[in-house]
Design a protein around this ligand. Structure first.
Ligand SMILES: Cc1cc2nc3c(=O)[nH]c(=O)nc-3n(C[C@H](O)[C@H](O)[C@H](O)COP(=O)(O)OP(=O)(O)OC[C@H]3O[C@@H](n4cnc5c(N)ncnc54)[C@H](O)[C@@H]3O)c2cc1C
Length: 387
């Protein structure tokens, strides 16, 4: 791996080394097949579960191990270096359960977390709707209280793992019975609940092997004890979930970019033109230098942001958006340059950089597009009255 030294705690370094060995030996040989078949890699999920990867983002009192966001981000980085789709699935473990961890009741945590930790339960995060993407607060899915239950109607789109999830955190509009005010509340909806189904599974540019599906709710009755947090508190909890998760998207981008840099350096050393390795041409050296600069800057941002999260250094919202914005845009640039270094071969399926370039683009769109990150950063800089 081409990289500069950046200090991580010894135990995090050890976890990084172990996961690197696992993904290099077991995931790398499966990567082309996963991309071409676009099928979820159940075998890899089992391996990662055995390694304890799914336990990392959860508190120890519910069976989690470590619990530091830095550790989880470093693991995501290593997986994404080899296969972004699989890193997406691991990342969803945290995104789909952030609300449960931050605002769930003791009963909810005891019910779900021990089975999330082992990888037995697959979670998903259901926020986006056909007419509510960047403007998440404009969502139309409704949850109406009836006695001890809520009845949910509506639909969600582009939900990672929506078709295979066992539990989904669903954002829906509720109406305050006294004031009539509408606001967002969160619910845990379990697979198999009558009226809950998935629709279209999307065909995507990249991230093959990470399914993205439509969710449909037709008179879905959910017990009121499945509500996460108080009624109307959902938006605040979601934003907290996204603050943490955007740092993880940065880690995923860092991994993809590092993978592309490694491929480009390896190729440039061996490919000969004009009687010498192309790495001897300054034009190629400059491309590699630009790539490494972006990778190292991304690494510093991700590790720093993850540390800030772990140490509860506030405000984190703006910093998480800076990390996500920089790393996702950097990842798109680095993978583009990697294809350039490989020339025509870089455009061919046979070489990994073609997949990496397709996989990279999603990161400028998910969990708030780059434009939305800029709005958040500007709001932090100027104040709410301007943005
Ligand atoms: C691979 C993938 C996986 C996903 N997984 C999930 C998931 O698990 N759960 C989930 O809930 N969602 C998921 N999403 C959805 C994703 O979060 C949304 O696609 C994203 O928030 C953008 O919403 P949109 O697609 O509706 O775009 P739109 O909001 O329609 O935006 C279109 C364009 O307008 C720009 N724009 C919009 N508003 C503004 C503004 N105020 N200022 C400037 N520009 C603006 C945007 O930046 C963008 O360029 C996923 C998406 C993808 C691609």
């Amino acid at each position: 791996m081409v990289g500069l030294y950046l200090e991580l705690p010894d135990d995090v370094q050890d976890i990084k080394k172990n996961i690197k060995k696992l993904v290099d030996n077991k995931l790398a040989p499966r990567t082309r097949e996963i991309d071409e078949s676009d099928e979820f890699a159940w075998d890899i999920r089992k391996l990662l579960a055995k390694q304890g990867v799914f336990s990392l983002p959860f508190p120890e009192e519910y069976g989690g191990v470590d619990g530091r966001w830095l550790t989880f981000c470093v693991v995501i980085e290593e997986i994404a270096r080899v296969n972004a789709a699989v890193s997406m699935s691991v990342g969803c473990t945290a995104l789909g359960t952030g609300a449960l961890c931050f605002a769930g009741t003791e009963e909810q945590k005891r019910k779900y977390i021990p089975r999330l930790v082992t990888g037995e339960l697959i979670p998903a995060f259901g926020l986006t709707e056909p007419n509510a993407g960047s403007d998440a607060s404009g969502l139309k899915t409704k949850a109406v209280r009836q006695g001890d239950e809520y009845v949910i109607n509506g639909s969600k789109c582009f939900i990672t793992q929506g078709n295979i999830a066992d539990i989904v955190t669903v954002a829906a509009k509720t109406t305050d019975s006294e004031t009539g005010k509408k606001s967002i509340s969160l619910f845990i909806v379990e697979k198999g609940t009558p009226g809950f189904s998935y629709g279209t599974v999307e065909k995507k540019m990249g991230l093959h092997g990470s399914p993205t599906a439509e969710l449909i709710f037709e008179d879905v009755r959910v017990p009121a004890i499945n509500r996460i947090g108080a009624e109307g508190e959902g938006f605040k909890i979601l934003m907290r979930t996204l603050d943490r998760s955007r740092i993880m998207v940065g880690a995923q981008c860092l991994g993809i970019a590092q993978g592309a840099l490694d491929e480009a350096v390896k190729y440039a050393r061996t490919r000969e033109q004009f009687g010498q390795p192309i790495s001897k041409f300054q034009g190629v050296q400059f491309l590699l230098a630009e790539m490494q600069t972006l990778v190292e800057a991304s690494r510093h941002l991700v590790y720093d942001a993850a540390n800030r999260w772990d140490q509860k250094i506030e405000p984190i919202t703006q910093f998480a958006s800076i990390t996500k914005l920089f790393c996702s845009e950097a990842c798109v640039k680095v993978t583009d340059k990697a294809v350039q270094v490989l020339g025509g071969y870089g455009y061919m399926r046979e070489y990994n950089v073609e997949r990496m370039m397709r996989d990279a683009k999603h990161a400028t769109l998910v969990e708030g597009t780059s434009q939305i990150q800029k709005l958040i950063i500007a709001r932090g800089l100027l104040g709410k009255e301007y943005v």
